[in-house]
Each structure stands twice: as C-alpha cells, then as structure tokens.
Design a protein. Structure first.
Length: 133
C-alpha cells in the first residue's frame, strides 16, 4: 500500500459553520460528526476534520485540485455569495483569478470564516509521483 493523506484537522471557532462554508463552495456535503470532529470528505477520501479551537486560530492554507467544470461551479458559488477572492496568496489582487502559463491552469484564493486561506485550482502544477506525463 502506498502512503496517502487520510485526514487533517482544521481549527475552527464554529466547526459546523466552517465545514458548511467549505462544503457549500466545493459542492460537497458535511459528514455526520465523528467524535468532536465535523468532517468534510473530499473525492480522494481525505477528510478535513473541523475541530473547535479554544485558542486563537492561526491561518493555514488548504488547496483543492478540481476539474475545469468543478472550478467554474465553485467560483460561481463564491461570486454568488459575495465572498472576496484573490489571484494571489498575499490577497493583493482582489477580484481576480490567476492563470498559469504553460498548462492552462486557473486558480482562486479566498478566506473561510476563521481566516484560513483556501485555494481552488485546475491542472495542478505538481502531479503526484508516478502520475506525471
């Protein structure tokens, strides 16, 4: 068996709200609670397990690879909800998405309710080992 990421814990001030926010943007559902976690399962079976944080939340970056169609749908939900979005991780290029030269990839950054930097991208620049071309 090759080693794969199974889950990661995402600190949240309100796990249900944060999980619902991301699931809504990505077109996913929030899974039933698992202990004190509120999980969102991605297509590759990796879960983001939202957990209540009593400490100040430090922003983290989470990036999600998508097809062009999934990107378009997620981006439409971002725009429809009036969520601020950016073409860069420093969040200086407001109201724009980025386009990568060479592979035709696109992407967008936005913040979740706790300030985590979320990114949705197509044609990931880094293919997993053994899957590159």
């Amino acid at each position: 068996m090759s080693i794969e990421l199974n889950h990661t814990i995402v600190a949240a001030s309100d796990p249900q709200t944060s999980a619902q926010f991301l699931a809504g943007i990505l077109g996913l559902k929030v899974d039933p609670p698992l202990g004190n976690f509120t999980p969102v399962t991605l297509a590759n079976r990796v879960t983001l397990d939202y957990d209540l944080s009593q400490d100040p939340i430090q922003s983290r970056h989470y990036a999600f690879a998508s097809s062009d169609e999934e990107f378009d749908a997620a981006f439409a939900r971002i725009e429809d909800a009036g969520i601020a979005f950016f073409a860069d991780p420093a969040c200086r290029k407001a109201g724009q998405i980025y386009h990568r030269d060479g592979d035709g990839g696109r992407g967008v950054y936005f913040r979740d309710p706790d300030g985590h930097l979320m990114e949705i991208l197509t044609s990931p620049a880094r293919a997993p080992q053994g899957l590159a071309g």
